[in-house]
Design a protein around this ligand. Structure first.
Ligand code: DQA
Length: 151
């Protein structure tokens, strides 16, 4: 089984009631439940986290690296601001895929820049909860193609 850590940044705990016109009505719990059922078919195990704290996300990325796990990350607002998250991804050597519910490129200019995208294998945005599903499938495929020490 391939370990994947799903990391969620600030305000994603509010999904379901947070700006539903942008983010939809699915809660983070709904997204986790759907990913867990998808994970079985992909042969991956999931660790699922959400935090509103940047330093905690740094620690979670480092933990994933130490565990030899892949990372599916919605860094939320920290996507656009955090050198620390970028350095954590590149420094820990994790294979990461960045996801967003909304199409960040169709929104405010400050959301068009991702500081973490250059150190991620790829980015999926704009498909609501399906961004996570597509990202998980892509990450599992990548990790299968380039097995790490956990295999
Ligand atoms: C988001 C997009 C970010 O710009 C925003 O700050 C979020 C959510 C998304 O999933 O669409 O909190 O990452």
């Amino acid at each position: 089984m391939i370990p994947i850590h799903v990391l969620n940044g600030p305000n994603l705990n509010l999904l379901g009631t947070r700006e539903p016109g942008i983010y939809g009505r699915a809660t983070l719990g709904d997204i986790e439940r759907d990913l867990r059922s998808q994970a079985q078919g992909l042969g991956v195990t999931l660790d699922f986290h959400q935090t509103n704290h940047e330093g905690e996300l740094v620690g979670l990325i480092q933990d994933a690296g130490a565990a030899g796990a892949g990372v599916l990350i919605n860094a939320a607002a920290y996507t656009h601001t955090s050198v620390a998250l970028r350095d954590a991804i590149s420094g820990s050597g994790v294979v990461a895929v960045e996801v967003h519910l909304s199409n960040v490129h169709a929104r405010e200019a400050f959301r068009h820049v991702s500081l973490i995208a250059p150190v991620c294998a790829g980015v999926i945005c704009g498909f609501g909860p399906d961004s996570y599903a597509l990202g998980l499938a892509a990450l599992a495929q990548l990790l299968r193609a380039a097995p790490a020490s956990h295999d």
